[in-house]
Design a binder for this molecule. Structure first.
Ligand code: IVH
Length: 638
């Protein structure tokens, strides 16, 4: 794992080496590639013109060198440029014919990408029909960046967290993941946006400069960032870059730099390109924000698989818009290798990612009292010995009855994508574990009003709601059940594929490793893990215990098939034809749920006339807003 900057430095070194020793260049050298890969499941399309990337620079000095280089090539005293925000998302090319969107494609390997038209159509800021002059163009191609706002990303991560899924580290990953989903309806639930930044073949539309192209795109109905500066000469470019850098934290979306482009298109041909990038532009990358702080303590976290992770607690420090108090140190080896001690002053960094990291120790500031962290031999929670597999760096607590593991497993079991037990959050689980009301998952089904009465801050009403949710979970489908068991390497998608194959719970104990490995999307590692789980005494005991407690996972073909399962809707305003309770009935009949409060858990808000504050709140949380027509269409399609 390395930073963007480290990657770019290594790539620059490789470019220099290949230049000095041309014979050593290999066919698969990363210098000849533009990045990305064509994924399975989408139709591959060829780009009208290669989608290249840009060279990166990190300083004013490098920007000036770029200017000198191209002025020399063009034999000009000075050049006009544009300085535009470099949005941290995913490039998408859009093709329009006579003003209608006919194709959207990802960059892929630069030459060929994936056709994601259906997914792109769900993004509201991508016009399906153009306005202005662009409307009459026989063919028009636009390139731009699909991205997520920071609130959109936070809302998505809230959903991920509740579903027990991994959080997205940055808006780019979240955007890329969303665009590659095969179900465009799921994409529609992601609050994606699109900024246009390039008009392909501008001359065909009578456009001579990038400034004019951006205006043309705005008139055509695209979202174009207003933070674009026209710069006469490189001094103005440097000024614009630094000024945008200063303002980066005030923007509602993630930006990782500034793209500097020659303004006049008639100069592009003479400038040409390298194998990877055009010479008319360059990216100025913002330095990651770095600050020093002091490590006050290192504590250990025990996860549901028993993995023990050291966490550094630092003096609070403001970085890239948030206050950082903690950072993971990953594992013991990492602490040793980097010689991190309690009391050390360290550099902390937050770049495009939302996760801060400790970059290095400021050795000159090491105090005498700085203490080496001694990794314990026993679990900090239950005291059992820790173990490490030879090919792993992570220490694990192997006691399956360790309270920290029970807690983690219960939270995972109850999470939205697993058994979806509403009300079984971390506070309640802590209470259950502490009061020894539940020591294993099957114990959840033995809870009653009486036992829950002892739990702090859990009213009678909440307790009966919780019991109802626990009861309802007995009938969840087999795929959810398999995911909920927390088998290593079995995520939601894999669980679903395996469940289709197994048919029933008993299938889990009959299937062989070879048979599993033959299923698409299941490799040998997953197959071995599933069989190991089924054959281990604990795995079998857990499944039998749950079944004995009344859990009867529904075979896949008996899943409710209404099409809106698990989706939550908020209704607001007056609808043109449906009454509120009719809309509610239709949604519920299709498996959806109507909730009254607008929160990140809602998937859609159905807005009618005079929709009030709920609508405003939904927009703030980037929840998708639909009208009655669209609701009826969804119901009909399902
Ligand atoms: S112009 C030859 N303008 O950054 C590619 N790109 O490293 C010319 N990007 O692939 C692209 N904001 O995904 C351009 N205002 C902007 C941009 C931008 C973000 C991305 C884009 C591109 C990559 C280039």
């Amino acid at each position: 794992m390395i930073t963007d900057r480290e990657y770019d430095d290594l790539l620059a070194e490789l470019i220099a080496l290949e230049k000095a020793h041309p014979g050593l260049e290999t066919d698969d050298s990363p210098t000849g590639r533009i990045g990305g890969a064509v994924s399975e499941g989408f139709v591959t399309v060829t780009h009208s013109e290669a989608m290249l990337s840009l060279d990166n620079t990190y300083s004013a000095e490098e920007l000036r060198k770029f200017d000198e280089r191209i002025r020399r090539l063009l034999d000009r005293e000075t050049l006009e440029y544009t300085a535009e925000l470099k949005l941290d998302g995913v490039a998408v090319a859009l093709t329009y014919q006579k003003g209608r969107l006919v194709r959207a494609a990802t960059r892929g390997d630069g030459r060929r990408g994936d056709d994601i038209t259906d997914n792109a159509k769900t993004i509201e800021s991508i016009p399906v029909t153009l306005t202005g002059e662009a409307r009459s163009a026989p063919v028009l191609e636009v390139r731009g960046e699909a991205y997520l706002t920071l609130t959109g990303l936070a809302a998505m991560n809230e959903v991920q967290e509740r579903a027990g899924e991994k959080l997205f580290a940055n808006p780019r990953n979240a955007t890329a993941g969303s665009l590659k989903m095969l179900d465009s309806r799921a994409v529609a639930r992601r609050p994606l946006m699109y900024f246009a930044f390039q008009l392909v073949l501008p001359e065909a539309h009578g456009i001579a400069t990038q400034m004019d192209a951006l205006q043309f795109l705005r008139d055509a109905g695209f979202l174009v960032t207003k933070h674009t500066e026209f710069c006469n000469g490189i001094d103005e470019v440097v000024k614009a870059c630094l000024s945008l850098q200063d303002r980066r934290n005030d923007l509602p979306f993630g930006v990782d730099g500034v793209v500097v482009k020659v303004n006049r298109f008639d100069l592009y041909a003479a400038l040409g390109r390298t194998s990877k990038s055009p010479r008319w532009g360059i990216a100025y990358k913002f330095p990651a924000e770095r600050k020093t702080t002091v490590i006050r303590e290192i504590t250990l976290q025990v996860g549901r698989t028993g993995a023990v992770t050291p966490v550094a607690h630092v003096d609070p420090v403001g970085l890239a818009g948030t206050t950082v108090r903690r950072a993971t140190l990953h594992n013991q080896e990492e602490i040793q290798r980097r010689d991190i001690r309690v009391g050390d002053t360290v550099w902390m960094e937050k770049s495009g990612d939302i996760i801060p990291r400790v970059v290095s120790v400021v050795l000159e500031e090491r105090k005498r009292g700085a203490r080496r962290f001694v990794f314990p031999r026993t679990c900090p929670v239950c005291g059992s010995p820790l173990a490490k597999e030879t090919d792993e760096v992570v220490y694990r607590c192997e006691n399956l009855t360790c309270p920290a593991q029970i807690r983690g497993r219960m939270l995972h079991y109850a999470s939205r994508n697993a058994m979806d037990i509403e009300g079984l959050g971390s506070k309640v689980v802590d209470g259950l574990v502490k009061n020894r009301l539940a020591a294993a998952l099957p114990d959840l089904y033995k809870l009653d009003q009486e036992s829950l009465a002892g739990l702090e801050r859990l009213g009678e009403k909440s307790a009966s709601n919780l019991l109802a949710s626990i009861e309802a979970s007995k009938k969840r489908s087999l795929d959810r059940f398999l995911f909920a068991l927390g088998i290593r390497h079995v995520g939601r998608t894999v669980a679903s594929v395996i469940a289709e194959h197994l048919g029933t719970v008993d299938g889990l104990f009959r299937i062989s490793e070879e048979e599993l490995a033959e299923i698409d999307a299941v490799g040998p590692v997953i197959a071995a893990s599933v069989v190991h789980f089924a054959n281990s005494g604990e795995g079998e005991q857990l499944v039998r215990g749950l079944v004995g407690a009344g859990v009867t996972p529904a075979p896949m073909e008996e899943r409710e098939a209404g099409g809106l399962e698990g989706m939550k809707f908020v209704l607001t305003g007056t609808f043109p034809s449906l009454k509120r309770n009719e809309a509610r009935r239709l949604i519920e009949r299709a498996g959806g749920k109507v909730v009254s409060a607008v929160s990140a858990r809602a998937d859609y808000i159905v807005a009618g006339e005079s929709a009030g504050s709920k609508l405003a709140k939904a927009e703030k949380l980037s929840i998708r807003v639909i009208d009655e027509d669209e609701l009826l269409r969804m119901l009909k399609e399902n």
